[in-house]
Write a protein that binds this ligand. Structure first.
Ligand code: SF4
Length: 460
């Protein structure tokens, strides 16, 4: 998710490059909206950023202010109608909205507003509808957003563009999903402003990192500059960034909470190696996020690091594929073993997580078929035992292998020779936090209310 305001320049090419840098956050659909002459133009479709946008569509997106989004569905449909930015036009105003995260009280919000929840395409669509209704009652887009978000629960980092070219960037009171502010030009003479989910999106367009948007804060970007306001008082907010942003989700070159993600992953591997000894000939990581953890494991254990899996860069990430069939089939398409590095070897294989177990089992089988003598699986996060309601697609406990199996049963199911997980304490030490991150999927302690209807498995 990205928002760009660059007076006197075209925002959409910058937005496009930034979205490209954020492609890993969602691969189902991509979209952009730009403001020009009191109008908003939206282009969005299913597919990767490079497929959705052409020279022709980029030319249609005129303007110095633009927002963009790549989607990974955790609620609502995965088809193109749910692609973002979501657009609303009222007689008074128009706006486009992009949302990263997942809301947890959508049924309540819809009930109160008298909206059939099934008529909404997604939780983001519902927020847009509520904001549009508030605008129709006479509020500005900014006031409407503040009013609506006061009742919204769950995870949201959001960018909203109105027809005047103002961008509102807002983060929920727990800060589940990242959002940072960047600047074009120098501190003395800013030439524009930008918000993005991750810092590499700033790097790629030559913007400088300014700071993270705080939980419960709204940053307003206009051609005249930046201002900030609270949507929730600081004393009612907590630091609750998803710890899986460090383990898996974010790019390794991203900085979150002033920590480079790559170094935290290396430390996860180092701590993992320190937990127990294993006899092996080589340590290899499952690309991409398992690689730095494997490097750290190799360094701490003294076992040589090697590459044993080649990743097809053009296949989507299995973890964020929209359904089980897509996920299982994509393992073989995505990873191929380097036989000469594997044959006759005792392997330590470091991966970032085990969620459903199906992809890990397929991976171990593939390595053994390629001639590995032993596969000792090491996971750079603790067992994923509880569903996430804040932006990762694990809606029920039934899907989670660790929710119903001991480590030894998981080892048997997966077919590995041994299996060990990073402890929660060591994960926190690797990231450098005590309790400033959400780790509810590992502990069952949710920092925000979780609705019964969702935990029982209902989805919409
Ligand atoms: S429940 Fe887990 S995956 Fe979800 S936001 Fe919290 S740490 Fe991240």
């Amino acid at each position: 998710m990205v928002g760009v305001v660059v007076p006197g320049r075209h925002a959409t090419h910058l937005c496009y490059d930034a979205l490209y840098a954020l492609q890993h956050r969602g691969q189902e659909s991509a979209g952009m909206a730009s403001a020009h002459d009191g109008q908003i133009t939206v282009v969005k479709d299913n597919g990767l950023v490079s497929h959705v946008f052409t020279d022709a569509t980029l030319r249609a997106l005129v303007g110095s202010e633009a927002i963009g989004h790549t989607r990974y569905s955790t609620s609502g449909s995965a088809n193109w109608t749910a692609a973002q930015p979501v657009f609303r036009s009222t007689p008074e105003s128009m706006f486009a909205l992009g949302h990263n995260g997942n809301l947890t009280n959508t049924h309540h919000l819809a009930d109160v507003a008298g909206i059939q929840v099934t008529s909404m395409l997604s939780d983001s669509d519902l927020v847009a509808e509520l904001v549009a209704r508030s605008v129709s009652r006479g509020s500005s887009v900014e006031a409407a957003l503040v009013e609506v978000l006061a009742d919204v629960e769950g995870a949201y980092s959001m960018v909203v563009l109105d027809q005047s070219g103002t961008i509102y960037a807002v983060r929920d009171p727990h800060g589940f999903r990242p959002l940072c502010l960047g600047r074009f030009g120098s501190p003395e003479e800013p030439a524009g402003w930008m918000v993005a989910s991750e810092t590499p999106a700033l790097d790629v367009v030559g913007a400088s990192f300014v700071r993270e948007v705080e939980p419960g804060e709204m940053v307003v970007l206009t051609p005249e500059g930046v201002r900030t306001r609270r949507i929730v008082a600081p004393e009612l907010t907590t630091q609750g960034l998803c710890i899986f942003e460090f383990v898996y989700f974010a790019r390794p070159d991203a900085y979150l909470m002033n920590r480079q993600v790559h170094s935290t992953r290396r430390r996860m591997g180092e701590f993992l190696a320190s937990q127990s000894e294993v006899g092996a000939d080589v340590v290899m990581g499952v690309p991409d996020s398992g690689i730095p953890a494997a490097e750290g494991f190799a360094k701490a254990s003294g076992i040589p690091f090697g590459y044993g899996l080649v990743k097809n860069r053009y296949i989507g990430r299995t973890f964020i594929s929209p359904d089980q069939n897509t996920r299982a089939a994509s393992v073989r398409r995505k990873l191929n073993p380097l036989r000469e590095a594997i044959e006759g070897q005792r392997l330590v294989v470091v991966d970032d997580s085990i969620v459903r177990g199906t992809t890990t089992r397929a991976l171990v089988r593939m390595l053994k078929d390629a001639g590995a003598l032993e596969v000792h699986l090491r996971i750079s996060s603790p067992p994923f035992q509880w569903p996430c309601f804040f932006g990762i697609d694990t809606p029920t406990r039934d899907d989670l292998l660790a929710a119903h199996h001991t480590v030894s049963e998981m080892n048997e199911f997966i077919g590995s020779d041994s299996l060990e997980f990073l402890t929660l304490e060591n994960l926190r030490r690797a990231v450098g936090v005590v309790d400033e991150c959400c780790d509810a999927c590992l502990t069952g302690r949710y920092p925000a209310p979780v609705p019964v209807e969702i935990s029982a498995g209902a989805r919409w």
